[in-house]
Design a protein around this ligand. Structure first.
Ligand SMILES: CC(C)(COP(=O)(O)OP(=O)(O)OC[C@H]1O[C@@H](n2cnc3c(N)ncnc32)[C@H](O)[C@@H]1OP(=O)(O)O)[C@@H](O)C(=O)NCCC(=O)NCCS
Length: 200
């Protein structure tokens, strides 16, 4: 499949069965500050301040971007009035051009929302943006995030150390990678259920 890379529109909206993803606005600041002020989130992200207040939320929102090199999206429950539940991003980091990052507020954990959001942003990257690979990192202790990446098709790509603002130093991390060819295989399998079994 050949794709003509698209420069994303600043008004980009991604829709999934249960979620809507778009650039956050200042109207989300209070909810963002409430959900992000959680050590269980800060300790698993590289640069999230802790404690996290309204000023941090405003600074984050004002610094979000949707461009060819960086995409910062809020994650929202579809159809909910105050539906902000987290963020998902695609940004350059650590020598990689496209690294996916995400967090979901604690009250919403365990319902598949992170997986749904990451799959949407990965589909955007390989589909409309035409990238060759998407990378990710997790702390080695973050089994839940690792599972999200596995469910999205990412493969283990080595271990190392990464920065942690929360721990004020470096912490052990695992690196993951999803290549375009693997993503295409996964999409084909998903769209043709049973075909492999029939032709074997
Ligand atoms: C990691 C995080 C995004 C997951 O969000 P979520 O919406 O709960 O994720 P999902 O529901 O899509 O999937 C979670 C999976 O992890 C599994 N899981 C939960 N705790 C786990 C653990 N300790 N070890 C292994 N797997 C675990 C769940 O069972 C689920 O897998 P399943 O669908 O096969 O049952 C969320 O916990 C979070 O924001 N954590 C703090 C920030 C963070 O870690 N961000 C990622 C940085 S790399």
């Amino acid at each position: 499949m050949s794709t003509t890379p698209e420069v994303p529109d600043p008004s980009l909206i991604l829709e999934t069965p249960r979620l809507v993803l778009h650039r956050p606005t200042r109207a989300d600041a209070a909810r963002l500050a409430e959900l992000a002020n959680d050590s269980g989130i800060a300790e698993n992200l590289s640069i999230l301040p802790h404690p996290y207040g309204l000023d941090d939320a405003h600074a984050y929102i004002d610094n979000t971007e949707i461009s060819a090199t960086r995409i910062n999206l809020g994650v929202y429950l579809a159809g909910a009035a105050d539906g902000f539940i987290g963020t998902a991003s695609l940004m350059p980091r650590d020598g990689e051009r496209f690294v996916v990052g995400y967090w979901i507020g604690r009250p919403h954990w365990g319902r598949g929302y992170a997986t749904e959001a990451v799959q949407a942003i990965v589909d955007l990257a390989f589909g409309r943006l035409g990238v060759d690979a998407v990378a990710a990192t997790t702390r080695v202790t973050n089994g839940s995030s690792r599972r999200v990446l596995e469910k999205c098709g990412f493969q283990f790509a080595g271990s190392g150390m990464g920065p942690s603002l929360y721990h004020r130093g470096m912490v052990p991390i695992d690196r993951f990678r999803l290549e375009r060819s693997i993503w295409m295989s996964l999409k084909n399998w998903a769209s043709k259920p049973g075909e492999t079994a029939r032709s074997a």
